[in-house]
Design a protein around this ligand. Structure first.
Ligand SMILES: *[C@@H]1O[C@H](CO)[C@@H](O)[C@H](O)[C@H]1NC(C)=O
Ligand SMILES: *[C@@H]1O[C@H](CO)[C@@H](O)[C@H](O)[C@H]1NC(C)=O
Length: 304
C-alpha cells in the first residue's frame, strides 16, 4: 500500500517536470546558426491547442487552433535572441512553454601569434611567452585553441567559462623554454569552434600565421675530449675543431709550436705541423669552448 502510494507520487513529480507534459515539441530542438544565415524551427503541439506561438524579438508569431507554428528568420544577426514556443490549451495544464536551444556562432575575424616583449632570436634555456589572440569570436564557450610547434600539438586551451554569447576577443599564453634542437621551429595557433552534432560537420577553424623562432646557443663540440694523433714526419695532419653554435662560432688556434700567424679556420690541415699541443677555441656571443689536439711523431722504426 505504502509502496504504491510512493510510486504514484513519484510518477506525479516525474510528469510535471517531464517535457512531455508540455505537449510541445520543438524541431530541431537545438539550432546552430552561422551569423547572418537563415533559420527556421517548428513547434508542434500534441493535443488540441487554443493558441500556439513564438515569443521572440525578431520573428514573433502565433496561430489559433493549429498544431504547428514556425519561427523563421532570413538572416539571423541578433546575439540576444532567445525564442520561446508557448501553447495555451483547452485542458490542463492550460499553459506551457519550451525554450529553443539556439546557438548563433561566428568564426574569428583573425587569429594572431606573437612572442611577448621580445623578438626572435631567443636564447636556449630561457623562458619566453607566446601569446595567441583570437579576435571577434562567438560563442567563446565552444572555442578550443590549439597550439602547435611544427606538426606537434603542444597545448589545447578550452574556454568553458560562460562568457556572453556576443563576439569577444580572447587570448592564450604558452610558456616555452627553447632548446637548440628547436632552432627555427615554427609555432602557430588554431581557433576551432566545436558546436556539437547540430553544428557544421567539421569545426569552423581559423589559423594564425607561422611564427618562426631562431634559438641561439653557445658552441659545443661533437667530441670535446682531447685528441692525440700519431703521424709520420712530413705527412699531412688534419685537426678538425668544428663546433655547433648559433650564431656560427669563430675560431682561433694557439700553440707554442704554431709557427705561422694564428689561424681562424675550424680545420687545420698542414704537412708542416710539428709535434706539440694545439689548442682551438670556438666562440660566439653566448660563450666559448676549447679543445686540445696533441701531435706526436712516430719514430722511423714504428709501423703504421
Ligand atoms: C611586457 O612589457 C610591458 C611593458 O613594457 C609590461 O607591462 C608587461 O608586463 C610585459 N609582459 C610580460 C609578459 O613580460
Ligand atoms: C669536421 O667535423 C665536422 C663535424 O664534426 C664535419 O661535418 C666536417 O666535415 C669535418 N671536416 C673535415 C674537413 O673533415
Amino acid at each position: 500500500m505504502m509502496n504504491s502510494l510512493l510510486c504514484f507520487l513519484c510518477l506525479c513529480i516525474f510528469r510535471t517536470v517531464s517535457p512531455e507534459s508540455c505537449s510541445l515539441e520543438i524541431s530541431p530542438s537545438r539550432a546552430v546558426v552561422k551569423f547572418g544565415d537563415p533559420v527556421s524551427v517548428s513547434c508542434v503541439a500534441s493535443r488540441p491547442v487554443r493558441v500556439l506561438g513564438w515569443e521572440s524579438i525578431l520573428a514573433a508569431s502565433h496561430t489559433q487552433n493549429q498544431l504547428s507554428v514556425q519561427w523563421k528568420v532570413d538572416s539571423l544577426t541578433d546575439w540576444i535572441e532567445e525564442p520561446i514556443c508557448y501553447g495555451v490549451f483547452f485542458t490542463a495544464p492550460r499553459q506551457c512553454e519550451e525554450k529553443l536551444n539556439l546557438v548563433l556562432y561566428k568564426k574569428p575575424d583573425s587569429v594572431s601569434i606573437i612572442l611577448v616583449n621580445h623578438s626572435s632570436p631567443v636564447v636556449e634555456g630561457r623562458e619566453y611567452q607566446l601569446q595567441c589572440d583570437v579576435h571577434n569570436v562567438a560563442p567563446v564557450q565552444f572555442l578550443q585553441l590549439r597550439w602547435y610547434r611544427g606538426q606537434t600539438e603542444v597545448y589545447t586551451h578550452s574556454f568553458s567559462e560562460l562568457l556572453p554569447a556576443t563576439p569577444v576577443q580572447v587570448s592564450s599564453m604558452l610558456t616555452i623554454v627553447p632548446n637548440r634542437v628547436e632552432n627555427g621551429a615554427e609555432y602557430r595557433c588554431e581557433a576551432e569552434l566545436h558546436l556539437g552534432p547540430e553544428g557544421p560537420e567539421s569545426p569552423p577553424t581559423v589559423q594564425s600565421e607561422l611564427l618562426s623562432i631562431a634559438v641561439q646557443y653557445p658552441p659545443d663540440f661533437h667530441s670535446p675530449e682531447e685528441e692525440t694523433l700519431e703521424i709520420r714526419e712530413g705527412s699531412e695532419v688534419l685537426l678538425n675543431c668544428t663546433a655547433e653554435g648559433n650564431p656560427p662560432p669563430v675560431y682561433f688556434w694557439t700553440s707554442p709550436d704554431l709557427q705561422e700567424k694564428p689561424n681562424d679556420q675550424p680545420v687545420l690541415a698542414d704537412a708542416s705541423l710539428g709535434p706539440g699541443v694545439y689548442t682551438c677555441t670556438a666562440s660566439n656571443i653566448l660563450g666559448k669552448k676549447s679543445k686540445q689536439f696533441v701531435i706526436r711523431h712516430k719514430s722511423k722504426g714504428e709501423r703504421d
